[in-house]
Structures are given as structure tokens and as C-alpha cells.
Design a protein around this ligand. Structure first.
Ligand SMILES: NC(=O)CC[C@H](N)C(=O)O
Length: 370
């Protein structure tokens, strides 16, 4: 069946429908990862967006359910050059096409994703519509496409009830056992995974949980997760995050969590032209000068020179465009990053940041006990 991608600037791409047959309007963003399509599809931070994969062949190792970052896929659409229908991998449980259909995600294949990405790079990400309606009227649909704005996407993806992931450590574990409160703004599964493998009992809280409730549970540390949408749309959450920050409990924030904590402390965020989405974004640790390759997925960034000097300093910068990639809060056991240390694009990457968080919590806990 024919399908069309209509961009807000009037460009129309014709391809074939994949996944669910339904019309959808969302922001069209591109991801440059060559693999990891399942992790991308199940990352809740993509809610409200349709993802264009720039790598031309997608789906060739099928759907390995173990790799899912959430129970469900979250993008509103999926756009590829060529979808592989005969995946080959011993871990694969189904083909991507079936997965998209089963979860009601519409998509389009067979379009020139390189031309599409060039448009998004020159003009910036923009809204678009995926439709199988051949008789669409451009004049009629363009205003609707332009007007689209995703609402309360964090509310859509966050857990509805408190959850618990116990420490996943051997019986003879002699490392610390710590209690972490994970704020779920759209958390990827492996955030809790990285913590639990390091001896943490992780309680996962819905995004709108009050700071009072979190503080009452007396966690050793608070983890602020990634999540979808514009961080400035999260006013009530920002207010609670500020109260958590003022409590002096160690904190670690990733992506949306990083942005929310920056906003809570007087910094500003801005929308990027086309964002960072891929598995090979170089970030420089400003303390050591070392560059790490990171996985990223964000369309907003903490605006340069808006972070009050007496509150925090920039700890990481993107080596391509020098944007802020991490903050370290002065005189506090609190740090945040814009990239994804829980995403294992390579063997270890920046997972050491979880060790840093564990050490912080341990030192703090020991100091209290003494
Ligand atoms: N992965 C994330 O947490 C993304 C944060 C935010 N929604 C952005 O696009 O910048």
C-alpha cells in the first residue's frame, strides 16, 4: 500500500506503508545509529516524534525482545529506506514489520531518507504527517501539521504506579547495598538495570510524585531519568525536583533529568536545530580532556552561559558542536549528563558514571552513620 510523508514545509515523499495503517502527525527527527533500532523504538523519550533511521537497511537482526528499553514502542511513526522482512538472528523473536503492526505504530519505507535528512539538517526538525490517504489535500493538511504540538508526553509514558527493581547481585556481594529513588519521566529500563547490578534496590516513582513522598522514603540517592518532550513543559515536576535538590541527597540526572534540574536551578534550555540522535556522539570530559563516544537522543539542550556560575559548572561538552553535555553542581553530590550512560553503544562507554553515583551515595551514607 502506498504511504506518504508530508513535511510541514510542503515537501511530500511517496513510499510504502509499513506497520499500522493509520494517519499520524508528529515531529520528524532522524537517528544516525546503524544498529539499535529496537532500543530506539522502545525509548520513551521518542513519544511525540517519528524517527527516520538514516542507516538504509533496518530490521535485519529482527526483534530481540531482551533488548527492549520499555514494554512498548513509543515513537508515533517509523521511517526507513528499506525494511528487512527476513531477519536472521538466533535471538530474534519476530520481524520488525510484525512488531510495528502488533503495537499499532505506523511507518513508511522506500523513501529517500538521505534527501529527507538533508532537509531536516538544513531547515531543522519539523512536524510531518504519515498517511496512506492518496487523496490528501496539501492546502488542507499543512496547517494541521504545522499546528501539532505534543502535550504532556511525560504523563503519557511515566509508570502509573510505584515499581521496584531489587539489587541484582551475587549472594556473597560485599559492595554497598543502597536505596535509590528513580524518578520515571520515561525511564529506559537499563537505568534501573545499571543501578541494580551495582547493588541498588531501586524504587521507581511516577513522574508526578511529590518531593515530600520521595524524601520520606529516605533514599540514599535520587536518579532523574530521561524522558520525552520540551523540558519547559514540565513546570510542576521542576518545582518538585528543586525540593529534592535542596534536600542534599546525592542525585544523578540523565537527559531530561539533566535539563529539569538545570531549569530548577535558574538555567535555561533551548530547542536545537536538529538535535543529537545517534550512537556515536563524542563528548569531552572537561576535567580530564578525555573524549568518550556516547549514545544520544535529545532535541533540547541547556543553553550556554545560562547556568548560574555559583550553582554549577559544565563538566562535559559535545566535541562536535560544543553544546553543554554535563553539569556538576558546586558543593553538592549532584551531577547530570545530557547523553545516555545506560545505553551501551559500545562495550562500556560512559557506564562508569553509575559507579561515580554509587561512590557518592556510599560516602554520603557512611558520613551520616559516623
Ligand atoms: N532522551 C531524553 O531524555 C530527551 C530529553 C528531551 N525530551 C529532549 O529532547 O531534549
Amino acid at each position: 500500500m502506498k504511504a506518504f510523508l508530508i513535511l510541514a514545509d510542503g515537501h511530500v515523499f511517496e513510499g510504502r506503508s509499513i506497520g499500522a495503517v493509520k494517519e499520524t502527525i508528529s515531529e520528524i527527527v532522524f537517528n544516525t545509529s546503524m544498529t539499535g533500532y529496537l532500543e530506539i523504538l522502545t525509548d520513551p523519550s521518542y513519544a511525540g516524534e517519528a524517527v527516520v533511521m538514516t542507516y538504509p537497511l533496518i530490521g535485519n537482526y529482527g526483534v530481540c525482545c531482551e533488548d527492549m528499553e520499555d514494554e512498548l514502542p513509543w515513537p508515533d511513526g517509523f521511517i526507513v529506506r528499506e525494511l528487512c522482512r527476513e531477519p536472521s538472528n538466533f535471538r530474534s523473536e519476530t520481524a520488525l514489520e510484525q512488531f510495528l503492526k502488533a503495537h499499532d505504530i505506523p511507518g513508511i519505507e522506500g523513501i529517500d531518507t538521505r534527501a529527507l535528512t538533508k532537509i531536516l539538517r538544513t531547515q531543522g526538525t519539523m512536524n510531518g504527517m504519515i498517511t496512506t490517504n492518496e487523496n490528501f489535500d496539501l492546502e488542507e493538511v499543512l496547517p494541521k501539521i504545522k499546528a501539532f504540538k505534543a502535550h504532556d508526553v511525560v504523563g503519557r509514558v511515566t509508570c502509573k504506579e510505584t515499581g521496584f527493581v531489587p539489587a541484582d547481585v551475587p549472594k556473597d556481594w560485599d559492595g554497598p547495598r543502597l536505596k535509590v529513588a528513580l524518578m520515571d519521566f520515561g525511564a529506559k529500563k537499563n537505568i534501573a538495570g545499571e543501578l541494580s547490578r551495582r547493588g541498588c534496590d531501586v524504587t521507581i516513582y511516577p513522574a508526578y510524585t511529590s518531593a515530600e513522598e520521595i524524601l520520606q522514603s529516605a533514599p540514599d540517592g535520587i536518579m532523574l531519568s530521561n524522558g520525552p518532550g520540551d523540558p519547559k513543559d514540565c513546570g510542576p515536576i521542576i518545582a518538585e525536583v528543586k525540593k529534592m535538590f535542596d534536600s542534599d541527597i546525592p542525585m544523578f540526572g540523565i537527559c531530561l533529568g539533566h535539563q529539569l534540574l538545570a531549569l530548577a536551578n535558574g538555567a535555561d534550555t533551548r530547542k536545537m536545530k536538529w538535535g543529537h540522535r545517534g550512537a556515536n556522539h563524542p563528548v569531552k570530559d572537561l576535567e580530564t580532556g578525555r573524549v568518550y563516544i556516547s549514545t544520544q537522543n535529545h532535541g533540547y539542550v541547556v543553553a550556554d552561559r545560562t547556568v548560574p556560575d555559583d550553582v554549577a559548572e559544565v563538566s562535559f561538552r559535545n566535541a562536535n558542536d560544543a553544546t553543554t553535555e554535563g553539569l556538576h553542581y558546586l558543593g553538592k553530590d549532584v551531577f547530570t549528563v545530557q547523553f545516555h550512560p545506560e545505553a551501551c553503544g559500545g562495550p562500556q562507554d560512559t557506564a562508569f558514571l553509575f559507579d561515580r553515583f554509587i561512590n557518592m551515595m556510599e560516602v554520603c551514607k557512611n558520613a551520616e552513620e559516623e
